[in-house]
Write a new protein. Sequence first.
Length: 117
Amino acid sequence: MLSASEKDIAQAALAPRRYAVISADHDGVIRERNAIAERIFGHNANDAIGQSLDLVIPVEERGDHWRNYRRAMTSGVLNYRPDHVLDVEGLMLDVALVPIHDPTGRLVGITAIMRET
């Protein structure tokens, strides 16, 4: 049975079909993703679920990514620009980040909703 936070992560993966959705838990482990994310990043769900976000974060971006991810998980505050554009392996993606909270309000994960620009 899924915990409340895992249910929130799973529901986030049901976003509109034209958007890629990847949800990760507190540790940056991919918990859900949709078919558009599979098409963009090239890893099927069986290969991606349970893997680190390093699977989709470009090597040159990982230091900044993990520093910001850990800071968000520690502080409970998700700081990002809503007009953020991510350059992934030559793809330009508009990215919206959605915090996932447990019933007590603690930040337990993040869902990225992306579309190709």
